[in-house]
Design a protein. Structure first.
Length: 277
């Protein structure tokens, strides 16, 4: 991420690294040439939501646009230049914009999500970047034109300073912070426009180690989804129905192919529904 920032045709005015690694990465940060980097060693419990909020305390007063990047992103060399060009002509009510994921795998949603019944019941929405009454969000993937959406992934986004004066990431979403970006950006979208910018590109290269344990992820998946739905006064019964269908599909996969990870996720889903309130 730092190397891609250093290679930008238009470099950022400030870079803030919030480091919750077991082994500090300050030596890596100091080796970033051509960047003005502020390093914040995070000593509280690791949390994507809390660390983003913490990093905001170091943003200089003269900066109007604040970007959030995960450490496994690589910006195309003209990414910031293209993003700033978009903001220069943006409407007053634009609150945030996402870089476009150039290496997004064009995986279609499961057939059940695409079905007319799922959409009619409000369990899912086939339109990219929308949030259904159930609380499930549709992915927007790689766009072919500037696209207005109802939520943005926090892995590569730009927010206006005025938005961050009003909104913060909810500390409820601790640790891995699953859905913290959905909750934050959906809150913002109730007042400001959100857009995915077609020609400002990045690539996502996730760690092969993946997420936490499948059981723990399953529990967090259910718990956080229900919290989001209740917080935003969406449809609780639709959310429960969606979670039930998701759990049964995962359990079927575990039985059919004897996948222990799917079994762990399904059992975690049950814990999150009944004991994670």
């Amino acid at each position: 991420m730092l190397a891609s920032l250093a290679a930008q045709t238009q470099k950022p005015g400030q870079v803030i690294v919030v480091d919750a690694s077991v082994e500090p990465t300050d030596e890596i940060v100091r080796s970033a040439e051509g960047l003005s980097v502020d390093y914040l060693r995070w000593t509280d419990k690791p949390s994507a939501a809390a660390q983003r909020n913490g990093g905001l305390s170091k943003v200089r007063d003269d900066i109007d646009l604040v970007c959030f990047f995960d450490d496994d992103q690589i910006l195309h060399p003209d990414g910031i230049e293209k993003m700033l060009a978009f903001w220069h002509t943006a409407p007053e009510d634009l609150g945030g914009a996402s870089f476009n994921m150039a290496n997004h795998r064009d995986n279609r949603p499961a057939r059940l999500k695409r079905s007319w019944l799922s959409n009619a019941l409000g369990l899912y929405c086939n339109e990219p970047g929308k949030v259904a009454p159930s609380g499930w969000q549709s992915l927007y993937g790689k766009v072919t034109q500037n696209t207005e959406v109802e939520w943005l992934s926090s892995q590569a986004i730009v927010l206006h300073r005025k938005v961050l004066d009003e909104f913060r990431f909810d500390p409820f979403f601790g640790g891995y912070s699953y859905l913290e970006d959905l909750d934050f950006s959906y809150s913002v979208s109730r007042k400001y426009k959100l857009v995915v910018v077609e020609d400002a590109c990045f690539e996502h290269h996730p760690c092969p180690a993946g997420r936490t344990s499948s059981y723990r992820f399953g529990a967090v998946e259910s718990r956080n989804r229900l919290y989001f739905v209740r917080k935003h006064k969406l449809s609780t019964w639709r959310c429960y129905l969606g979670l039930l269908i998701r759990g049964l599909m995962t359990l079927e996969e575990a039985v059919m192919v004897r996948n222990v990870h799917s079994l762990g996720r399904a059992l975690g889903n049950i814990e999150g529904i009944f004991f994670g309130q």
